[in-house]
Design a protein around this ligand. Structure first.
Ligand SMILES: Cc1cc2nc3c(=O)[nH]c(=O)nc-3n(C[C@H](O)[C@H](O)[C@H](O)COP(=O)(O)OP(=O)(O)OC[C@H]3O[C@@H](n4cnc5c(N)ncnc54)[C@H](O)[C@@H]3O)c2cc1C
Length: 320
């Protein structure tokens, strides 16, 4: 119930207008968001790197409705790539296709994506395409294949969500390349016609897909995290769920996959203890570091995942 409510609020313009004016909301959001500026993101990345953890920077923003806004977002992403190069940090970049024009015009989005990949390629960097709600999945996959097979970019990977029924089929096809995949559970509200409504099924599918990724990585020679920490291995397991992590660790050991041939990913502000513990054990860990003024939908999705966060923030506010 609460999850559905927060996901509804994440898309409601009236709620965004109200909430973004509350100081308490920004205080709460800043647990999950590095700050409003690129410098804020970079300073978090440097701290993570100092602790042996890689990052992926994300300029917040999604669902742009004009070509001008899509261009502005594209320019922002190019600047992130320049800054990573200039500061020599161990980070790649995550992007959302609706931010660079997916819902405005597919050709425009394809051109913007190709510009970003070319800019990244010249700086030996890697772009991860986030997966958005189910209305974006076909176009996201199509653009991924166009970039990878049609335009020959190898510095691109994408995200797959275990809550979708279609995912095993999509992954089996992507593994023929094999593509670099970030596996997550999925953060949007989807209909039971297309997504598992029960958490235990989403979790079981997560393990099943993780197994496919780990086996395929082993079969193709276990490509490891790049020396500069930017290009990830084939499987990137994005979850804070210890059971999923344990399952993957045990399965990877069982098939003999080297530690550096799989990566764990978590969100900034969530389970720092787990991030540190996996890094200490010698596994690549990457933290998703969002920054920017468009923090509202990202923040409300984090509340949807764990509504208890709301009470935590409210009680802390009144303790001050
Ligand atoms: C690096 C990364 C990238 C992602 N990219 C995408 C994407 O492109 N598309 C997409 O749809 N989704 C994405 N997600 C979100 C993902 O789909 C889940 O919604 C989110 O990770 C919560 O699921 P979980 O796997 O942590 O498991 P859950 O079962 O939801 O949580 C397991 C445990 O993690 C902790 N936890 C989880 N969420 C929170 C939270 N918000 N606050 C505090 N503690 C929490 C709690 O201890 C919880 O018990 C991404 C997640 C990560 C880590």
């Amino acid at each position: 119930m609460l999850r559905a409510l927060f996901i509804y609020l994440s898309k409601a313009a009236w709620a965004r207008r109200v909430v973004t004016h509350w100081r308490i909301a920004w205080q709460a959001a800043s647990r999950f968001v590095a700050g409003e500026k690129l410098e804020d993101g970079l300073s978090v990345v440097k701290k993570l790197n100092a602790n042996g953890i890689q990052a992926t920077l994300d300029q917040l923003g999604e669902h742009t409705t004009t070509a001008e806004d899509a261009e502005k977002a594209t320019q922002g992403i190019l600047q992130i790539l320049d800054a990573i190069e200039a500061e020599n940090v161990r980070s790649n970049v995550s992007i959302k296709l609706t931010q660079i024009g997916l819902k405005v015009d597919l050709n425009l989005c394809s051109d913007n994506l190709a510009r970003i990949l070319e800019h990244a390629k010249q700086r030996n960097n890697f772009i991860r395409i986030d997966m958005e709600d189910a209305t974006c999945v076909d176009d996201t996959l199509a653009l991924f294949y166009e970039m990878r097979n049609g335009r020959g970019f190898h510095n691109v990977g994408l995200v797959i969500q275990s809550y979708l029924y279609r995912t095993v089929e999509d992954v089996n096809k992507l593994m023929q390349i094999p593509a670099r995949i970030r596996l997550c559970k999925g953060a949007y509200k989807e209909s039971p016609h297309i997504a598992y409504p029960k958490k235990r099924d989403v979790d079981a599918n997560y393990d099943r897909v993780a197994q496919i990724l780990l086996e395929r990585a082993f079969e193709v020679g276990s490509p490891e995290l790049s020396e500069d920490g930017r290009v990830p291995p084939i499987p990137a397991l994005a979850t804070h769920d210890e059971k999923r992590i344990r399952f993957a660790l045990e399965y990877a050991k069982q098939i003999g996959l080297p530690k550096k041939a799989l990566e764990f990913q978590m969100l900034y502000g969530i389970r720092r203890d787990l991030q540190a513990s996996l890094a200490e054990q010698g596994y690549p860990v990457r933290v998703y570091v969002p920054f920017g003024s468009e923090w509202y939908p990202y923040f409300t999705r984090r509340l949807a995942e764990r509504p208890a966060n709301v009470w935590f923030f409210i009680s802390n506010y009144f303790k001050k």
